[in-house]
Design a protein around this ligand. Structure first.
Ligand code: FAD
Length: 288
């Protein structure tokens, strides 16, 4: 399939990209790794008149840590995140999530920023962003704004990004002590996308009592969500397997589960509970 005609720009700086966005607004699309946008254009689901390729703006690809805060440039590829020694040490949930995405070709080109802006309901990053309560930095003509991932990821393929804005950075806290985390997913065999994916982070004290827990779930509903009922049931309790099993039953509470040819809504809801239990068990064992 051949996309419709478009004009192609390669800005060399964030400022230049913002200027082009402001000029062409709804008629323009940012191109990062191209692994979601190009298939959409080839299928004519997207037909931008102007394509702004940010791939050469090197300032947008980085991973930094300062005072327990991790900053990731929007153009950082899944593979760079998967293979970062800093992240393996400071925030292993990110390395594990990155490694679960698609295959090595997809991870080599696809970017964390592109994935978050595309906001596929079966994408992996949104689960980790919800569990880590990440903040996203957006640049627009009017300056910078910071928004929580939960407020940014609005619904299926829709976010709070304005047509004149660029996602530039993702910020989150490094993993605290006595904490374990994991990302587990049941993947769709052809693409690797999540039928259900669960990111969990658990902090326990020396008596195994849960001091903090956060769970982000993707693939089940039309957008990723925090499993708040499960979290509420676990906080302050000694995390034995019976407690985890009982709480995990609430993993899809209040969520309208999607149905497609890969899984019925009942099956997705069931998988959400099973994968939440497994992820919590693993996170707890890693916290010890
Ligand atoms: P692009 O395709 O370039 O852009 C996607 C959208 O985001 C576009 O609308 C674009 O305009 C916008 N955009 C990009 N960057 C910015 C920015 N900085 N600011 C503002 N707007 C921006 N994903 C998973 O999570 N799990 C999987 O298992 C998985 N499997 C895949 C398998 C295949 C075969 C393919 C092709 C893709 C798969 N993906 C999967 C998706 C992959 O992770 C994509 O790379 C990702 O969703 C989009 O990132 P990108 O950099 O390619 O973005």
């Amino acid at each position: 399939m051949i996309p419709s005609n478009f004009e192609y720009f390669v800005p060399k700086s964030v400022q230049e990209a913002l200027m082009l966005l402001d000029q062409h607004r709804e008629d323009a699309k940012i191109l990062a790794g191209g692994h979601s946008l190009l298939p959409q254009m080839k299928l004519r689901l997207a037909a931008p008149r102007y394509v702004i390729d940010i791939g050469r703006i090197k300032d947008l690809a980085y991973i930094k840590e300062e005072n327990g805060k991790i900053s990731i440039g929007a153009l950082t590829t899944h593979w760079t995140l998967e293979s970062s020694a800093l992240l393996r040490q400071k925030c292993p949930l990110l390395s594990e999530t990155a490694a679960a995405i698609g295959d090595v070709q997809v991870r080599n080109r696809g970017t964390i920023g592109g994935s978050l802006v595309h906001n596929d309901p079966a994408a992996d990053w949104p689960a980790a962003m919800m569990a880590l309560d990440a903040e996203l930095k957006l640049f627009g003509k009017g300056g910078e704004r910071i928004i929580k991932a939960g407020d940014f990821l609005l619904d299926m393929l829709s976010t709070a990004l304005q047509p004149t804005e660029l996602l530039v950075e993702i910020r989150l806290s490094a993993q605290p002590p006595h904490t374990g985390s994991t990302y587990m997913k049941m993947h769709q065999k052809a693409s690797g996308f999540a039928i259900v994916g669960v990111a969990a982070r658990v902090t326990i004290d020396s008596s195994q009592v849960c001091q903090d827990v956060s769970i982000g779930i993707t693939g089940v509903g039309s957008r990723a969500y925090r499993a708040k009922s499960v979290e509420a049931e676990l906080k302050g309790k000694k995390l034995d397997s019976a407690v985890i099993r009982q709480a995990s039953k609430k993993a899809s509470e209040g969520v309208e589960a999607l149905a497609d040819l890969h899984a019925s809504s009942e099956y997705r809801s069931h998988l959400a509970c099973v994968y939440t239990r497994r992820a919590l068990e693993t996170a707890r064992s890693r916290a010890k």
